[in-house]
Design a protein around this ligand. Structure first.
Ligand code: AQP
Length: 336
């Protein structure tokens, strides 16, 4: 990252190591992280949001491995820490501190309206903890600490970004221009990749049904098998239409990886069955993910390199975020 005074816009985004990174995470967010890094137009800062992960109960040994695997996956997608720091959230205490402060500027009613809280409470009814409820204030702190202009995320995070803006505006209206007001950056295609087994629910890395998600670590045969088994409908006509959730999802994935428009896809598959279409989607996704998986297999074995990457990134992230944290503490009235 070039830490200069050239006034590039700042990009911040994070991903939870709550399982293996999915095609949904990749198309919705990480692909844009890489594009924004490569464009040279932005100063990008990325994080592994491991503090968020414990809002759902984790097994310690699995969590340790998930952190390493997720870190290696993101490097394999093309994040280069020489250009964009990619740090580990729990290594930077400013995040926990900022989350507490922002909790005191976030309303109970606002948090109660968050659909992710409602979904996750229903899914984990035996563990509806306070962290799950206040997850959006931690996320707001992640973004605001870096004075981010743009936040590349999938559409499931839109509501949290809007709340981040509201919290920042509320804080600024009391204390002056402390926080930059960030904007979400949501892709046109791939913004919400749905489960292959239940196309009305989003693809999630913590889904217990292995056939529901394509993982960045899946081999080519597994990817093809998952697409062949994807739930569709009985119409056997490849077109984007309300009610055809399974086909709509496959078209959206295909469009996102090939760049083809829906009209072009409909034209190309006119008169062909779903079998042909599923194979075409499988092949396109294999082409996209195979090089990533090969790089992942190299990175994940190289613990020394991974440690070097995050240590360097942690230090830079701490330095940048501390500036905002100090300012916030001073404005509120804490003493040094
Ligand atoms: N299905 C999806 N389609 C498009 N984008 C998605 N994202 C997640 N699922 C999809 C985007 O991926 C980024 C990282 O997400 P996260 O790990 O911070 O949290 P999440 O949204 O809760 O992701 P998962 O995969 O659903 O994890 P679990 O199962 O642990 O809850 C975000 O930008 C998100 O929008």
């Amino acid at each position: 990252m070039e830490n200069t005074n050239d006034k590039k816009q700042i990009v911040f985004s994070a991903i939870q190591p709550s399982g293996t990174i999915t095609l949904g995470n990749y198309l919705g967010a990480v692909k844009n992280w890489v594009k924004m890094q490569q464009s040279g137009e932005f100063d990008c800062i990325y994080a592994l949001a491991d503090l968020h992960t414990i809002t759902v109960r984790q097994t310690p040994s699995v969590m340790r491995q998930n952190i390493i695997n997720a870190y290696a996956s993101i490097l394999a997608c093309g994040i280069d820490v020489e250009k964009s720091p990619f740090f580990i959230q729990s290594h930077n205490p400013n995040h926990a501190q900022m989350a507490w402060v922002l909790n005191c500027y976030t309303q109970f009613g606002e948090l109660s309206r968050m659909t992710q809280f409602k979904d996750k409470s229903a899914k984990h009814a035996d563990n509806i903890n306070a962290g799950l409820f206040t997850y959006p204030s931690l996320m707001a702190g992640d973004i605001l600490l870096y004075q981010a202009d743009k936040v590349p995320v999938g559409s499931d995070q839109k509501q949290h970004i809007e709340l981040t803006r509201d919290i920042a505006q509320r804080f600024n209206s009391i204390y002056g221009e402390v926080f930059k007001i960030p904007e979400g950056f949501i892709p046109k295609d791939g913004a919400r990749v749905m489960s292959l087994q239940n196309p009305t629910a989003k693809m999630s890395k913590s889904d217990e049904n292995v056939n529901a998600c394509v993982l960045l670590t899946d081999d080519n045969d597994t990817i093809m098998r998952k697409f062949k088994r994807a739930i569709t409908d009985s119409e056997a006509h490849v077109c984007y239409k309300e009610g055809k959730d399974g086909i709509n999802n496959l078209m959206s994935i295909y469009s996102s990886v090939t760049g083809l428009s829906f009209e072009q896809i409909e034209h190309d598959f006119e008169g062909k069955g779903y079998g042909d279409f599923k194979v075409a989607v499988g092949e396109a996704v294999i082409n996209e993910l195979e090089p990533i998986r090969k790089r992942y297999e190299q990175f994940v074995k190289d613990k020394k390199y991974i440690t070097e990457c995050y240590t360097k990134s942690d230090e830079l992230a701490f330095k940048i975020s501390r500036r905002t944290m100090d300012k916030v503490m001073k404005k509120i009235g804490f003493i040094k």
